[in-house]
Ligand binder design. Structure first.
Ligand SMILES: Cc1ncc(COP(=O)(O)O)c(C=O)c1O
Length: 213
């Protein structure tokens, strides 16, 4: 048998234990047995994300989770501020355009983190902005954006959408400490959860009432 190795920066290879678990007999998804596993996963994800709110699991890749946020939280014509410092910032922009939003692009030189002062300036210039979109880590350039500081700027204002596809990659984060417990041999939890590809997760800190509901 030829063993193929996945050498892309993401998705990363899954551990053998995960691949083997997937070869077990399928269980019925409307049974107490499944509910127990699902609840366990939901509660575990809450701990990982450091939230008491629900974490939504989406049968999609990370891009699908980004798209679901845009599709459900905004309406065509809404003005949003998009931090674009690499391939994935560009993706927020493309999704916003595809859904007919009115994105203001805050372009950041590749390899640089966005400056909090620049975000503040844009928010002052566009007080009607309904959302701010960013990556916690723009993995295409490996830069961490200052999301904590920007979150303070948006506290009582626009929604703040953070793509955390890099969950656990920042060694100082709580998520990294939790993941490290499961994978102590790795220097850091390589590409987050090491689950099968095409599993998106999303969580919200603040409820939003839909304009078109
Ligand atoms: C920061 C970031 N956002 C979004 C994505 C897109 O994820 P996917 O390829 O699962 O759609 C990735 C993928 O590596 C990523 O690193």
């Amino acid at each position: 048998m030829i063993k193929h190795y996945l050498l892309s920066p993401g998705p990363t290879p899954i551990p053998n234990e995960v691949a083997l678990a997937m070869s077990e007999t399928m269980i019925h998804h409307r049974t107490p047995q499944f509910n127990k596993i699902f609840e366990e996963a939901r509660n575990g994800l809450k701990k990982l994300f450091g939230t008491k709110n629900d974490v939504l699991m989406l049968a999609s890749s990370g891009t699908g989770a980004m798209e679901a946020s845009v599709a459900n939280l905004f309406s065509p014509g809404d003005k949003v501020l998009v931090v674009n410092g690499g391939k994935f910032g560009e993706r927020w922009l493309n999704i916003s355009n595809a859904y007919g939003l009115n994105p203001i692009e805050l372009k950041v030189e590749w390899g640089q983190a966005v400056k909090v002062a620049d975000v503040e300036q844009q928010l002052k210039a566009h007080p009607d902005v309904q959302g701010v979109m960013i990556q916690a880590s723009e993995t295409s350039t490996t830069v961490f954006h200052p999301v904590r500081e920007i979150a303070k700027l948006t506290k009582n204002g626009p929604l703040f959408l953070v793509d955390r596809s890099c969950l656990g990659e920042n060694p100082k984060s709580k998520a990294a400490a939790i993941l490290f417990r499961f994978e102590p041999r790795a220097q850091k939890p390589a590409k987050r959860l090491r689950c099968v590809h095409s599993c998106g997760v999303s969580h919200f800190r603040r409820a939003r009432f839909y304009k078109n509901a």
